[in-house]
Design a protein around this ligand. Structure first.
Ligand SMILES: Nc1ncnc2c1ncn2[C@@H]1O[C@H](COP(=O)(O)OP(=O)(O)O)[C@@H](O)[C@H]1O
Ligand SMILES: [Mg+2]
Length: 316
């Protein structure tokens, strides 16, 4: 196991003396890109470092985080809370064989996240943020439904997982665009600039002078105060990116291209926090129903996870 993971001293030093809990959401537009794998293994890394971690499966239509953690389907799931079978949210927390790591399981029935009513969603978001832990990780489902996007926005840090292939990259941009738009829509005074924003959102990536960054420039000309507010909101949107299943240096470099498109087109600073190799160890561990990080602690992939977690913690 690489050095960082066996460090049991979690130390306030890593998070600063006023540290309190952090909520990280792992999303990305497409299914099957490795969101659950990433959530599971980042959670294990943090737990092994001594942090108290709760991983939450919010892929309510296709919950499988438990499998990546090598667990059977937990008895109580979020759908039992939504259906009021369980009234105390804390009762959904299930222990795992890994010390410091607990899981809240997603639904196993047809209650898709897209169908979660507004009120339920807000309640679940607030309950999740109240959970007693150092880190709460959200494993989001595919797609750009309002609910998935709102879980993502509610987090302190949004982490996008993408594959280095066109369909996944397109979905990543689509996800970013949806989050970007939804954040701006929440701004006070949005209605005054809605037509301009809609125009920018409907423009193609390639169309000249109509990107979101051009839109912000136009708003600043028309209404400087609103324009500055837009700029501030956009500056606060700093998603992280993990490229999964890379097979070459060219694949790794795609992360930098995505970063540069985001800067030019959306005017946002994306943090490319690392990549993960395509590795047969993943399906071998899934097949054995064991978490990758525990089954292959010396693999290259686990070393990559270690690097990513240190980067996310701001210590490398
Ligand atoms: N780095 C990788 N190397 C090899 N296979 C991978 C890798 N990441 C993911 N996979 C495969 O892709 C499948 C989907 O991963 P998963 O984490 O369930 O995706 P998501 O949660 O985004 O739908 C996994 O079962 C695994 O077999
Ligand atoms: Mg998943």
């Amino acid at each position: 196991m690489s050095s960082g993971l066996s460090d049991s001293g979690k130390g306030a030093g890593l998070m600063g003396p006023q540290s309190n809990k952090k909520v990280w959401a792992i999303g990305g537009g497409k299914g099957g890109v490795g969101k659950s794998l990433v959530t599971a293994n980042i959670s294990i890394c943090l737990a092994l470092m001594g942090y108290k971690v709760v991983a939450v499966d919010l892929d309510l239509g296709g919950a499988n985080l438990h499998t990546c953690l090598g667990l059977p389907i937990p008895e109580l799931t979020l759908s039992d809370y939504v259906s009021k079978k369980v009234t105390r949210f804390e009762d959904l927390l299930v222990k795992t064989p890994i010390p410091n790591l607990m899981i809240v399981s997603g639904a196993q029935d047809e209650i898709g996240i897209a169908n979660l009513k507004h009120m339920h969603k807000n309640k679940i978001i607030s309950k999740l943020h109240d959970v007693d832990a150092d880190f709460i990780l959200f494993d989001l489902g595919a797609g750009t439904s309002f609910n998935t996007v709102d879980f993502f926005i509610s987090a302190d840090r949004g982490i996008l997982v993408s594959l280095p292939e066109p369909t996944s990259i397109e979905n990543t941009y689509r996800f970013i665009k949806t989050v970007y738009y939804r954040r701006l829509k929440m701004l006070e005074g949005f209605l005054d600039i809605e037509p301009l924003i809609n125009q920018a959102m409907n423009a193609k990536l390639s169309s000249p002078n109509s990107s979101p960054t051009d839109m912000v420039r136009k708003v600043i000309e028309i209404n400087p105060q609103m324009g500055m507010r837009l700029r501030q909101e956009i500056a606060r949107f700093q998603p992280c990116l993990i490229l999964n299943q890379v097979r070459s240096q060219a694949d790794i470099d795609i992360g930098f291209s995505i970063q540069s498109v985001c800067r030019r087109y959306f005017g946002i600073e994306m943090d490319y926090v690392g990549y993960l190799d395509h590795d047969a160890a993943v399906w071998q561990s899934v097949k054995k129903r064991k978490p990758l990080l525990m089954e292959f602690p010396n693999s290259k992939l686990v070393h990559h996870f270690d690097r990513i977690v240190h980067r996310l913690l701001g210590v490398s």
